[in-house]
Design a protein around this ligand. Structure first.
Ligand code: DGJ
Length: 350
């Protein structure tokens, strides 16, 4: 009634007020959400990260691949009250790296190699092989004392599983604990693994044909680091790793090289050392190349060993270039995957 009786200008005002009311009802009066309606949802480093079901994402020690326009995030499923005989790997999908849809536990596996109680499946990483059109998962497979030191391999026809266990082995015949994943700009796929006896971490190229075996060793980086992550940015390779302090955070460090074979520079801190990488440990770097800019995101875990289901994710865009890399103080931020640009949620944060 009011609308039909009003003059045009009044109608606009009434419509504006009604729209504001609808937004208020939908978003609980959160004015900042209204203000951000045209922007992507922010990333809140270290806070609960709800999936499409409003459950905190369970993809710890994870890795991400992009197939077509979809990103898949795989990681350790550590939800509360899981059957302790099983180990689980979860899968989430997203088009924008921020809104994640739970695609299920793509691995739910009992002890595949008679490793005994409290056997370990950690840091799963999935590669898509274009030749076989199969999804190939590598993970750290171990016994309770971390003495087995192998990788496990599981394969699926689809990104959302189910992955079937295929085999386990020691890559290049060496002990392998934390693993990391790196896919170069030319599509070549690499496994990064920590080799404790060699006091370093190795970069190994996967066999192009099917990714089921190692083709060759690229390098042994002589630095006792785990949580290995690599990115190729503006003609330089940057490697990040964390010190060997179990679940406790430490100052993560980086080095650079012109080729994966090295030589690699000395490792130096990625953040003020007293922050212990803001309480986190590296798991991967993701490069988002958009129409306007390229952003490299540091993906890390903030472990809560007593309440693992509540472990958090610290994702922050890195300051990177000309051989330098720095992790800015974590604050809420927004990403535009199309343009590759990012900004702080609060413009005054910079
Ligand atoms: C550090 C590793 O990075 C984690 O993945 C896990 O293996 C813990 N150690 C276990 O203490």
């Amino acid at each position: 009634m009011i609308i039909s009786c009003a003059k045009p200008i009044d109608q606009i005002v009434v419509w504006a007020r009604l729209s504001a009311l609808v937004v208020y009802i939908l978003f609980g009066g959160n004015v900042s959400v209204y203000a951000q309606l045209n922007k992507s949802k922010p990333v809140y480093p270290g806070q609960i990260w709800p999936d499409n079901n409003r459950n905190h994402i369970q993809a710890h020690g994870g890795g991400i691949i992009k197939v077509g326009k979809i990103y898949y995030w795989y990681g350790e499923e550590r939800a509360k009250d899981l059957d302790t005989n099983y180990r689980y790997v979860s899968c989430y999908s997203s088009k924008d790296l921020v809104n994640w849809k739970f695609r299920g536990d793509v691995v739910n596996m009992t002890d595949p190699e008679k490793l005994g109680a409290r056997w370990v499946l950690e840091r799963p990483k999935v590669y898509y092989n274009k030749n076989t059109k199969k999804y190939v998962m590598y993970f750290h497979l171990d016994n309770r004392n971390y003495k087995t030191a192998k990788v496990g391999v599981a394969v699926s026809d689809k990104p959302n599983g189910n992955f079937k266990f295929l085999k386990s082995f020691r890559p290049l015949g060496q002990e392998s604990r934390d693993i990391g994943q790196f896919i170069d700009d030319d599509g070549s796929a690499y496994l990064i693994f920590e080799d404790r006896p060699a006091k370093g971490f190795r970069i190994a190229k996967l066999n192009d044909a099917d990714y089921l075996s190692i083709e060759k060793e690229m390098c042994l980086i002589k630095a006792p680091l785990e949580g290995g992550a690599i990115v190729h940015y503006n003609g330089l390779y940057y490697a990040i790793g964390s010190a060997l302090t179990g679940w406790r955070p430490n100052p993560n460090k980086y080095a650079t090289a012109k080729t994966l074979e090295g030589p690699w520079s000395e490792f130096v801190d990625i953040a003020p050392p007293q922050t212990n990488t803001y309480g986190s440990q590296s798991t991967m770097m993701i490069k988002v190349s958009g129409t306007k800019s390229t952003t490299v995101i540091f993906m890390a875990d903030q472990w809560r060993p007593q309440t693992q289901w509540d472990s958090r994710y610290l994702w922050m865009p890195l300051q990177i270039g000309n051989g330098k890399l720095w992790l800015p103080e974590p604050k809420p931020w927004q990403l535009n995957v199309k343009t590759g640009e990012w900004s702080y949620l609060n413009k005054k944060s910079k």
